[in-house]
Design a protein around this ligand. Sequence first.
Ligand code: SF4
Ligand code: SF4
Length: 252
Amino acid sequence: MKLKLIITSLSSCSGCISTLLTLDIFPQFFERTEIEYFPFISDNIEIYDCDIALIEGSVTEQTQIKYLKEIRKNTKKLYALGTCSAFGGIVSLSTKKFSQPISDFVEIDGMIPGCPPPSILLGNNMIRLIENKNIILDEKNMCSTCPLRYSLKIPTLSQVERLMPKNSDIDFPEGNLICFLKKGVLCMGPITRNGCESICINQGIPCEGCMGPISKEFTSNLVNFLSLFNINEELRTYEGIFYRFSKPKLKR
Ligand code: SF4
Ligand code: SF4
């Protein structure tokens, strides 16, 4: 019997669902499941009993809490799709709106993080879900597979003074791959979950942490991590760099 699915959004940019729709395996996924409720592409307005619900986006409105609870009541398994849903995401930097992860309101059975989730990670886990298996995430940090990791050993209290690398920082001649932190550029790789295949790093962009924290002890990890560096005053006052994707999960 085919698995019945709900796929829907709360407050989001639709980037996660768009990524889902463009996966190579999506047609196969469609063949092997029965989509019960997917407002993005169908007119069904009733929420029926189903096996799996994938929720994109964070909770920013009271009415979404009722909607979310209704879905939870009608599904056997419920997963957070993307970093907004899993951690509150980029919207949580707003000073006008609250933005909370769905796990603040309903029990979740897992998450597929990323902003949006990397295609390979998403595709592999979608296959696992339709085979009735649990989601698998890497338990290591970004540095564990980063192409710049061989130069990671950095003297304590090194100066970190920039968010964006200069052109000379991202000129990576072979054999001279130097970690961003060593160049004074903030990289959140050490406290960010691995799983994106270093998409940003490979393009010369330091990790901004969109895969979210590995551990629930993120606050202390973040504080410990930052205490290793001499971070300049200007960066310290810009809280977005530290809380960009996971602010609601942190104690302020
Ligand atoms: S996690 Fe990123 S891509 Fe997904 S809805 Fe949020 S902002 Fe958009
Ligand atoms: S800190 Fe960033 S650049 Fe350095 S090894 Fe880790 S992920 Fe790579």
